[in-house]
Design a protein around this ligand. Structure first.
Ligand SMILES: Cc1ncc(COP(=O)(O)O)c(C=O)c1O
Length: 359
């Protein structure tokens, strides 16, 4: 049995031990063939089978039919929010600016064309996502871009918006709950939180978006061309895609996305209840409770000294990676799919003990 601690890092993040063990074995000797899965051509039959099964399982988990394509690309989520306007921004696009990542996405859109910021919560340091009744949607936008879970600020949209051309950055919550991807134009996410190692981006594109695509500088940046070539215009990140396949198999074995949603809600409640019952020792950073993220739990302590002490003492007790985002501070406990309920229980108990000694 491998030595594993509870790793609360925001990304790259903890992956399920079974997935890592199976992937490690496949890296050395794939199905008894005497070579590893990362050592063979992406155009050979072994990797092709991996790619096909990964696409099929991803679609099955999300209940997707033939209307959408699944592609595994590179360049991180950052490359994606950069190439989306290059592909689809003709006249103007709507962006919801609810935190660090959606602000960056809007920043890259601005370089390409006209943007309408439907609402922003920047004035309150992104302590929540603007409520739907504040959004000023333009009606004739080429698309509407949202980030459904703001990794840095610890809030999420309780439900994904409905919009004919919704584009979603789901990086930090992908496959953590059922998602209405079948109703979306495009959903994308960097793998390094819920899906696998850094280096792969999972993108799901509705096929009726292709005729609206502009000409991109290279086929590499064209969703249509990538889908038609099964993400193999150039060498794909083969080992990363293999790990994604193992994650999809693991998710199926856990009972699928509805089961993950339930388990993630249990984990989140353990930590949020501890915050709420601490008589103000811990303060959640999200001002709208219904928006509290089930993936990234953010909170503060009365002083920076106590924050540092908590991070260091927790690490000594097998709970690693609790330091908040570099520009925001405080604590961020990331509890993605791979974090077991015991990890959240352990952190909640540790927080209670810490508060009883320090308050
Ligand atoms: C929601 C979200 N979007 C985009 C990114 C950027 O991802 P990458 O570093 O893979 O480009 C991150 C990274 O943490 C993220 O959390």
């Amino acid at each position: 049995m491998s030595y594993r601690i509870f790793n609360f890092s925001a990304g790259p993040a903890m992956l399920p031990t079974e997935v890592l063990e199976k992937s490690a074995a496949a890296l050395v000797d794939y199905q008894g063939k005497g070579f590893g899965i990362a050592e063979v051509s992406h155009r050979g039959k072994e990797f092709e089978a991996v790619n096909d099964e990964a696409i099929a399982l991803c679609k099955k988990l999300l209940g997707l039919g033939d209307t959408h394509d699944v592609v595994f690309l590179q360049g991180g989520a950052t490359a994606f929010f950069t190439i989306i306007p290059m592909n689809f921004l003709h006249n103007s696009a709507d962006y919801l600016v609810s935190g660090e990542w959606s602000k960056k996405a809007a920043g890259s859109g601005k370089e390409v064309g006209k943007l309408n910021i439907v609402a922003t919560s920047e004035a309150s340091n992104f302590d929540h996502s603007p409520l739907p009744n504040e959004w000023k949607l333009s009606g004739d936008a080429d698309y509407f871009h949202v980030c459904t879970n703001e990794t840095v600020h610890g809030h999420r949209l309780p439900a994904w918006p409905k919009h004919p051309n919704l584009i979603v950055d789901a990086s930090s919550e992908f496959l953590s709950r059922p998602h209405p991807v079948s109703e979306c134009a495009l959903v994308y996410g960097g793998a390094q939180k819920n899906l696998g190692p850094a280096g792969v981006v999972l993108a799901i594109v509705r096929k009726d978006m292709y005729p609206r695509q502009k000409k991109t500088p290279s086929k590499l940046w064209s969703f249509k061309d990538q889908a038609e070539n099964k993400s193999m215009i150039n060498t794909p990140p083969t080992f990363g895609v293999y790990v994604l396949l193992e994650i999809f198999r693991w998710l199926e074995a856990q009972g699928g996305l509805a089961a993950m949603e339930k388990r993630n809600a249990t984990k989140a409640a353990l930590i949020y209840d501890t915050i709420d019952q601490s008589n103000g020792f811990y303060k959640g950073t999200v001002s709208v409770k219904e928006q509290r993220s089930h993936m990234n739990v953010t909170y503060r302590l009365p002083s920076e000294e106590l924050t540092d002490e908590l991070v260091k003492t927790a690490a000594k007790n097998g709970m690693f990676g609790l330091k908040g985002y570099r520009t925001v501070g405080g604590i961020r406990a990331s509890i993605y799919n791979a974090m077991p309920v015991e990890g959240a229980q352990s952190l909640a108990q540790f927080m209670k003990d810490f508060a009883s000694k320090k308050a």
